[in-house]
Design a protein around this ligand. Structure first.
Ligand SMILES: [Cu+2]
Length: 243
């Protein structure tokens, strides 16, 4: 039986659906915010901001549907911080994740297949878990560090080998994930040429689609229950790789 609080959340969510979603359209590097989809592959939802629900959709890889040409590639140094603007705000609760994939022999960041669901090429470089603080704030603000963000940032691992890469940002909304399959995926992929790299060896590769399943504990849970949860929350996908 649904509790009253869950019903209220569900009702609030219902009325906000469609007007309060988000995209990641602009790359930010060294204080410069580039125009929409200059170095980021134009996403399937760039106009309507729709959430993606399906864990087995090829769209999950880069949030594209291959109907638009790939954009330019930005040169950055290993160790640089790179950001994405949020089109709208991150108005749902859930984890923020960053993955990278290296271009194979004969490929560039621009030519890498957007829907290569056959190879494990993605490694995770960052994830944010929910946290507990003593600061009185709206619940979402202290549980999920990326809640309400208008920009999100990640450091390119300093030891990452030189080469062409896709950088994939992903936010997973879990506000109604107490029903299996009701997680929402948002994200985009930037095309980067990483220079001044090191000799790090990423591990724990995964694949999109294929990395997630609807019944895993990080995607099928009730985040509105009283929080024994933050330190136990299992972010979907492999372990974070760091130098
Ligand atoms: Cu939503």
């Amino acid at each position: 039986m649904l509790s009253l609080s869950i019903l209220l959340v569900a009702v609030a969510t219902f009325f906000s659906t469609g007007v309060a979603h988000y995209t990641f359209p602009n790359l930010i590097h060294k204080g410069i915010q580039y125009p929409d989809y200059t170095y980021i592959r134009r996403t399937w939802n760039y106009q309507n901001y729709w959430p993606l629900f399906e864990v087995d959709s090829p769209i999950l890889q880069c949030f594209t549907n291959s109907t638009v040409p790939n954009p330019g590639t930005l040169t950055v140094s290993a160790g640089d911080t790179v950001g994405f603007t949020v089109g709208g705000r991150i108005v749902h609760e859930g984890p923020l994740l960053f993955y990278m994939a290296k271009a194979g022999a004969g490929q560039t960041a621009a030519s890498m297949a957007a829907h290569n669901g056959e190879e494990e090429v993605w490694f995770k470089i960052s994830e944010t878990k929910p946290v507990i603080t003593s600061v009185p704030a709206k619940l979402e603000l202290y549980k999920w560090p990326s809640y309400n963000a208008s920009g999100v940032y990640v450091q390119i691992p300093p030891c990452l080998p030189t080469g062409d890469y896709l950088l994939r940002v992903e936010h997973i909304a879990l506000h109604v994930a107490f029903e299996e399959g009701q997680h929402e995926f948002f994200g985009s992929c930037a095309q980067l040429k990483v220079v001044n790299g090191g000799d790090g060896v990423p591990n724990s590769y995964t694949i999109f689609p294929g990395a997630y399943s609807t019944d895993e504990p990080g995607l099928f849970l009730d985040i509105h229950r009283p929080w024994a949860l933050p330190e136990k929350y299992q972010v979907p996908g492999p372990e974070v790789w760091s130098c």
